[in-house]
Every structure is written in C-alpha cells, then in structure tokens.
Design a protein around this ligand. Structure first.
Ligand code: PHE
Length: 337
C-alpha cells in the first residue's frame, strides 16, 4: 500500500504543477479531495491492510492529504485574488459620505458670545461647578429664607446644605472680586444646575455667561449700552429688544433683557408663552452688599452685572424649538449646524 500512496503522491504533485486556472483546480479537487476521491479511496483500503502496516500507511496517507489540501488552498487563493471579477471597480457604486465633526451649537454660541465681549474689552474668568452656600447665596445677598436655597430648586451635594451644584454663574463674581482689584471687566462662562422639571424650554443642566464691570462711577446707561451693542452684534441690527424691570437679590436696580420671539416674530406663540418676547438675560447694578462681600468699597466703586442663558440664545439662532434636542446627542440634529 505504501507504494500505491507514493504513486498517488507523484501523480498529485504532477497534476498540481500543471494547474493553470480555477477550473482545472476544481477538477483537481473533484478527483482527489472529495469524499469519493482518490485519497479517500486509499483511506478506505487501509481497513484491509495487515495490522503491522497500518500505522505507516495511516501516517503516509495523512501526510499526503495534508499536502494536497494545503496546496489546493494556496492555489485557490492565488486564483481568487487575481480573478478579473475582483479587480474590477464598480463605477456606479454610490460613494460613502464622510462627516467631519462640528462644534456643538451650544459651544459655538458660547464661543461667539465670548468673542464679542472680548472685543468689547472683557477678560474671561472661570469658577468651580461645585460651590458652597456662601458663594452661591450668602455673598450674593440672598436672604436666609430665599426659596432658591430650597432642595426643590437646588441640587445639594451634602445634606448639611453647604456643598451644592451652582445654580448660576454669579458666584464667580464674588471669586473674581476677591482676587482682582477694580477696575474689573470680565465675563464668566460655565455650566449651571437647577432642580427643575425638564420641558421644551428648560433643562436641569445648562450654560450661562456672567458679566461684571466694576469701576468708579459706573452707570446704568453703560450697562444698557453695552448689552445693546452686544445684542445687535449677536442677533443683527434689525432685532428688537426691551429692558423690563425685575428683581435679583444681588443687583439693584435689576432688569431683564428680552428679544422678539424668533418663532412668531412678536405675534405670540407657545415658545414665548404668547407674549411675543423671550427673556435672554438678567442684569442690574451690583448691590452694595455684594461689593462688600467681594472686598470692594461701595462708597468708592460701583458696577453692573449681567447673566445670559446660552441654550436659550442657541435656540434663537438655530430655530430649534425644543431645548431638549440640544442634549439628546442625536447626530441628525447636531450635523445640521
Ligand atoms: N444669576 C441670574 C440668573 O441666573 C442672572 C443675573 C446675573 C442677573 C447677573 C443679574 C445680574 O437668573
């Protein structure tokens, strides 16, 4: 039997050497490698070999099968990779679209606001997201029983109510006053947190840009002037604005800045609660108690402060009518900007 195996091996090697294409290779497979092929037939015959020969016959046959199969695989790969079908380029295939990353609309608004205020001479400062009750409330002249200090409005980190997620960027005013001497002119962008029900207009986590200007004889007219210059640059010369009297514990007098609703252009709709106006910033003259808390003498210096909500402004500019879309991270929304 060993002789027979050697004969078959020679035959296989010669045949392999002559194979020129995939068709011939397949004929090879059918003749030698399938269940009814020559190699399998010899395995079948092995049953009748004398027991003393069986181990050698088995070894030789296995070796032959291994050689034949691996040579077959090699040739198959060779023919496959050079087959004309594989090489052809299908020119009718639609191309794959590649999207480049973009800045998130909120971040872009923030950057543009920072650019405009920097042009107007404001520096940029930052403070921590985790604040203490003193900076977030006391130093800003909040009375001890103010509702904002309630668990319903503020995320407290410890039950002793001294560590909290800042509810606005105004605590950075105090940190800046404590660290710089007047004149101070800076903006303070950052993330703020409120324990609020989430809906189309408000989120529990959003961004603000705080502004602070402190010098001798700062007037309310300067505050109005600065905000108007900013608002026109940001929204265009043709947008309309109004200042509306308001209240904040840390400014006196206080006002809110409104812009005509972007959806209804003043006619009244769901977004503007049918008033035709959207509030975009709080502002006012810095309260003497706040200047004192910041180590500044209110007899010598005065100042103004303002705070813009960035998401609201982003909605105005993009025309997105639900603030939650900004945080859903749906690329179909984000790719549009
Ligand atoms: N901190 C106020 C708010 O979050 C906004 C504000 C800032 C008002 C500065 C006046 C001055 O609503």
């Amino acid at each position: 039997m060993v002789e027979q195996i050697k004969k078959l091996e020679t035959e296989i090697r010669t045949t392999l050497g002559n194979i020129k294409d995939a068709v011939e290779l397949d004929l090879f497979r059918l003749k030698y490698l399938v269940k009814k092929g020559s190699i399998a037939a010899l395995f079948e015959q092995m049953k009748d070999a004398p027991p003393s020969e069986k181990p050698i016959v088995g070894r030789e046959l296995n070796l032959l099968r291994h050689i034949a199969e691996s040579e077959y695989k090699e040739l198959k790969e060779k023919f496959n990779s050079s087959s004309p079908a594989k090489k052809q380029i299908d020119l009718t295939l639609p191309g794959r679209t590649h999207f480049t990353g973009t800045f998130h609309p909120t971040l872009r608004t923030m950057d543009e606001m920072i650019d405009i205020f920097t042009e107007l001479g404001f520096g940029v400062a930052e403070g921590p997201d985790i604040e203490d009750g003193y900076h977030n409330f006391d130093a800003l002249n909040f009375p001890p029983d103010h509702p904002a200090r309630d668990m319903q409005d503020t995320f407290f980190i410890k039950s002793d109510k001294d560590l909290l997620l800042r509810t606005h960027t105004s605590p950075v005013q105090i940190r800046v006053m404590q660290n710089q001497k007047p004149p101070i002119r800076c903006i303070m962008p950052g993330r703020v947190y409120r324990n609020e029900a989430i809906n189309a207009r408000s989120l529990a986590e959003f961004h603000q840009i705080e502004g602070l200007y402190i010098n001798k004889k700062v007037s309310l007219a300067e505050l109005k002037g600065t905000l108007m210059v900013f608002a026109k640059k940001m929204y265009g010369e043709n947008s309309s604005f109004r200042f509306r009297p308001s209240f904040f514990p840390f400014t006196e007098p206080s006002a809110e800045l409104d812009i005509t609703c972007y959806l209804c252009h003043g006619a009244g709709c769901r977004i503007c609660k049918h008033s035709g106006w959207l509030e975009i910033a709080g502002c006012g003259m810095v309260h003497p108690n706040v200047l004192r808390a910041g180590g500044i003498d209110p007899e010598v210096y005065s100042g103004y402060a303002f705070g813009f909500g960035i998401e609201r402004v982003t909605l105005l500019r993009t025309g997105i009518d639900d603030i939650r879309l900004l945080y859903d991270n749906d690329v179909r929304v984000l790719r549009q900007f």
